[in-house]
Design a protein. Structure first.
Length: 385
């Protein structure tokens, strides 16, 4: 059960990243691979149900295992939503250019970069390059000719002609580009498109929905890992906000339809909003496990800690390098590859804290990322000896 949960969590999160990447770059091959992963998730879910039935011996067992099945079902829902996002590339003319541009400015951006023949990274493994801590970007896939390597492990070596797909903070883009190509990254200056205000507003809402859905998923797993009801209620609040945002987006899209000749792109916007809102619904399903009277099964926490993207909790010690600095000063996303989900100061919670937030001794930081990033975060939060 634990191994299946790890696979389902990792695969569903990977599918969301790949689905958005397919939309961003209009890549039909990548979209088809997302649909193949969706079939694999169906198989994982089937085996999870069988394992749960074989594991239950008593009523207490069944109650504890019901939470596991609920989280497995939520991961399946996320994968289905990712599949629907990928289908936008296959069954529509794509999304408006303005959305592609603004998706690159989301809190977590997606990018692809080709390995240059003269690059210094040729032959080096991802583990050796330490992309997460050196650039704040995480490799989610590699396209090598006609084949794909999904969620590449640290032993994967880069070859000439590889196309690397990565996710991370937009400030890490120049660092990744220079590392992989050996060239200086230049932000492209986009010409004004003349897009109508209604369409521009709809695009803004979609980007914000993407940001909040990713936050909701991270907080949901965090709530389960630390059995925290406050965080679970925060997920419920975000889900309510997502419902309101989807309704608002529908209104703006209908207004924009009066000014747009090709409404196919608007239909894609609506589909993207529906899928993104479904992801937040799945987050609520995950966090709901904490709000029951039944204690969550211990393998839930084990599965979250053993997945590719973990949740870390660190307490800032007096005299630590973090004390007195803002999140903007620390640039944790690019320096450690860790994304701060929440900050707890005494009994007060701050979710998705702003960059100007100044850290104090005794603050607890909750962040998601890789194990190497967690080590960097622990070092920054510990007092100097």
């Amino acid at each position: 059960m634990k191994e299946l949960l790890v696979k389902m969590k990792d695969t569903s999160e990977l599918m969301v990243d790949l689905g958005y990447s397919a939309v961003l770059y209009g890549d039909e091959d990548l979209a088809m691979e997302v649909l193949r992963l969706e079939e694999k998730m169906d198989l994982y879910d089937y085996h999870a149900q069988i394992s749960a039935m074989l594991s239950a011996r008593t009523v207490d067992d069944a109650e504890a295992l019901s939470g596991i099945l609920q989280i497995a079902a939520a991961a399946e829902i996320i994968s289905n939503a990712a599949g629907d996002i990928a289908k936008i590339v296959l069954f529509t003319t794509g999304i408006p250019y303005e959305l592609k541009r603004d998706l690159r400015q989301a809190e977590e951006t997606l990018t692809r970069v080709a390995v240059h023949p003269d690059s210094k990274v040729l032959g080096r493994t991802l583990g050796d390059l330490r992309l997460e801590t050196e650039t704040g970007m995480r490799a989610i896939a590699i396209r090598r000719g006609d084949s794909w390597i999904y969620d590449p492990d640290p032993e994967t070596a880069l070859r000439k002609g590889d196309i690397l797909f990565a996710r991370g903070h937009d400030e890490g883009l120049p660092l990744l580009f220079e590392m992989v190509t050996g060239k200086v990254y230049h932000h492209k200056v986009q010409e004004p498109s003349g897009v109508e205000a209604d369409l521009a507003r709809a695009v803004d809402i979609i980007v914000e929905m993407k940001n909040r859905s990713e936050l909701a998923i991270g907080l949901a797993y965090m709530a389960v890992l630390f059995e925290n009801e406050d965080v679970a209620y925060a997920v419920a609040e975000i889900e309510g906000q997502m419902d309101a945002m989807r309704s608002e987006l529908q209104l703006w899209v209908l207004e924009a339809a009066k000014h747009v000749e090709d409404v196919e792109g608007l239909r894609a916007l609506l589909q993207l909003s529906v899928s993104t809102e479904i992801i937040s619904d799945a987050a609520l399903k995950i966090s709901d496990v904490v709000l029951r009277d039944v204690e969550p099964h211990p393998i839930l926490a084990m599965a979250i800690r053993e997945s590719d993207e973990i949740i870390a909790r660190v307490e800032i010690q007096p005299g630590a390098p973090m004390v007195g600095k803002s999140l903007k000063d620390l640039q944790l996303e690019t320096e450690t590859g860790m994304y701060v989900l929440a900050l707890k100061r005494g009994a007060r919670w701050t979710y998705n804290p702003r960059s100007k937030t100044v850290l104090e001794a005794g603050d607890q930081i909750f962040a998601r990322g890789t194990r190497s990033g967690e080590e960097e975060l622990l070092a920054l939060s510990s007092a100097k000896i």
